[in-house]
Design a protein around this ligand. Sequence first.
Ligand code: ADE
Length: 231
Amino acid sequence: MTLRIDVISLFPGIFPGPLAESIPGRAMERGLVELRAHDLREWGLGRHRSVDDYPFGGGAGMILRPEPIAGALRALSRKEGSTSVLLDPGGRTFDQATARDLARSDHLILICPRYEGVDHRVRSMVDREVSIGDYVLSGGELPALVIIDAVVRLVPGVIDAASSIEESFSEGLLEYPQYTRPADFEGDAVPPVLLSGHHGEVARWRREQGLERTRRERPDMLPTGDDGEPT
Ligand code: ADE
């Protein structure tokens, strides 16, 4: 299966950017992922290919008009189904579960607004509104890069299944500490269990360490009992 991703942006030159390297770069070279960036102005209005206008009711900044985005979605959507995502700081916060959901689709359309955002009527044209966190960026392009990176890793064949399952968040825990050589770095030694060769003990130690680290750093990730406290 190939995951096709169409990005709609006023700055399509931002793509593929960092996605050309490493794991996502290889996924694209191998044809597992096909990424295309489109200039929203292709669907702009009039001789000037205008895409924005002043807000009704007054206020600062410009708002993206609905027609160019509607045109882009009409042109790019597939008959068999596509998943459209509007990047917006007011959307649902992106997480690993959302990445898994999006990776189930074989066609994503990501819309990256700039300026003060989009005409409200755009929201009813898309399947999801997604934020990458509670901070405001200058546009949706960096969030789109983040989302594409997280999703591409989950496309079958991109990385071997064992490492994507073991990664933080997939099992609901942070990752256990990892070590490589040297066994002793300036007096700081690798935990002996990792050198023991006992696979069962290594697995138990890793699980305990992952749990402990999660309790310490991210107690909000642990399942809670009826009293709302971590179990
Ligand atoms: N556009 C601007 N800030 C954003 C954010 N945090 N997430 C998604 N899109 C955005």
